[in-house]
Design a protein. Structure first.
Length: 196
């Protein structure tokens, strides 16, 4: 059970790191395996027959400066079965792996510089993609991007934010024009003394 929980958390944190890194440089995000992984939730249910672990109730997963929170996380894992899709395997593990992680309910990913929020998230480990949907808000410093869906490809470090049928106006009111909204705040330059 502890090994499954560890695998689940490592996969979950990988998802969080990628969501937060989309505004960083074009290099892929890697996790530091030398830092401890911590996860807490109100309940953990392992369904061996369905190959999934369900963390529910104020789920918090963290490794170093990377954090992920949600009301619920479902970790889909492969248990070395013939004909099963090939998941990304964790170090030292020849038969088990995580294929997908679904997070729902007030999903929040944070690292040292970014915060990404949404209603639902799906991390496909084999495809190395993250989809965040619902009320998507990405914040870095004072810059804010809003839409209804964010797709992030870890392999290429490319992210796409779309708005679907709703968007946010300049005053923060939701509209039906289907546009992405962004606010970009320039860094203030230090004032030099002596002149106007």
């Amino acid at each position: 059970m502890k090994r499954l929980a560890y695998l689940a958390v490592v996969g979950v944190l990988g998802m969080g790191a990628t969501a937060c890194a989309q505004t960083n440089s074009a290099s892929p995000v890697t996790l530091s395996n030398d830092k401890p992984v911590e996860v807490s939730s109100d309940t953990l249910e392992v369904q061996q027959d369905k190959h999934q672990a369900i963390f529910s109730g104020n789920v918090i997963a963290s490794q170093g400066a990377i954090n992920m929170r949600a009301d619920r996380m479902v970790v889909h894992y492969i248990n070395g079965e013939a004909g099963a899709p090939k998941p990304v395997k964790q170090a030292g593990n020849d038969t088990n792996g995580i294929s997908r992680i679904d997070a729902s309910g007030r999903v929040v990913f944070t690292n040292a510089t970014d915060t990404a929020k949404g209603d639902l998230a799906i991390y496909d480990v084999a495809a190395q993609t993250l989809d965040l949907t619902g009320n998507v808000v990405l914040t870095r410093d004072k810059n804010v991007l809003q839409g209804t869906r964010m797709h992030y490809d870890l392999a290429t470090s490319r992210s796409v934010l779309t708005a679907g049928n709703t968007a946010v106006s300049d005053t923060g009111v939701r509209t039906g024009n289907g546009r992405v909204h962004g606010v970009f705040v320039p860094n203030a330059k230090p004032k030099t003394g002596g002149g106007q």
